[in-house]
Design a protein around this ligand. Structure first.
Ligand SMILES: [Cu+2]
Length: 154
């Protein structure tokens, strides 16, 4: 009986600790900008350095929030580490749903630069909600580098 009470006490302490941790997570300002897109441990940044640090890259819809259905145009913005736009790059965007083992329902294509260093990626389509991952390859004067972006569609 005494052991049961101690066990129950331990469960309560663990539950309280979890609640405190949850409320701290909710208040963390860094999680606000991607509301609804955080997933435990997953990198949800929309701007980040490329894998070998050659470029800084951001990948965002050209307008609005992504939804399933329509084909949209996205902006892939590439700068060098000092923030200078990288123009004339060769860009390839691929993607899919890692958990489902399928790719994008379309083949996105870079159709030019909206402004120096901001590449138009046309043909982005989501066929279902869930976790999508984009794999971007960039070839420019500084060399070839890759970067991936995660997106949660609700
Ligand atoms: Cu899927």
């Amino acid at each position: 009986m005494r052991n049961l009470i101690i066990l129950a006490g331990m469960v309560l302490v663990a539950a309280a600790g979890y609640l405190v941790w949850m409320s701290m997570q909710a208040q963390h300002p860094g999680h606000q900008q991607n509301s609804g897109q955080q997933q435990s441990g997953m990198d949800m940044r929309t701007e980040k350095p490329s894998d070998n640090g050659l470029y800084t890259v951001s990948f965002m819809p050209s307008e609005g929030e992504p939804t399933t259905g329509p084909i949209s145009v996205w902006h892939l913005k590439i700068t060098d580490p000092s923030g200078k736009p990288v123009t004339g790059a060769e860009v390839v965007v691929d993607g899919g749903m890692p958990a489902h083992g399928h790719g994008l329902p379309t083949v996105p294509a870079a159709t030019g630069e909206a402004e120096p260093g901001v590449y138009l990626i046309d043909g982005i389509k989501f066929s279902m909600v869930g976790h999508w991952k984009f794999d971007v390859t960039i070839r420019a004067e500084a060399g070839e580098d890759t970067v991936s972006f995660n997106r949660m569609l609700e």
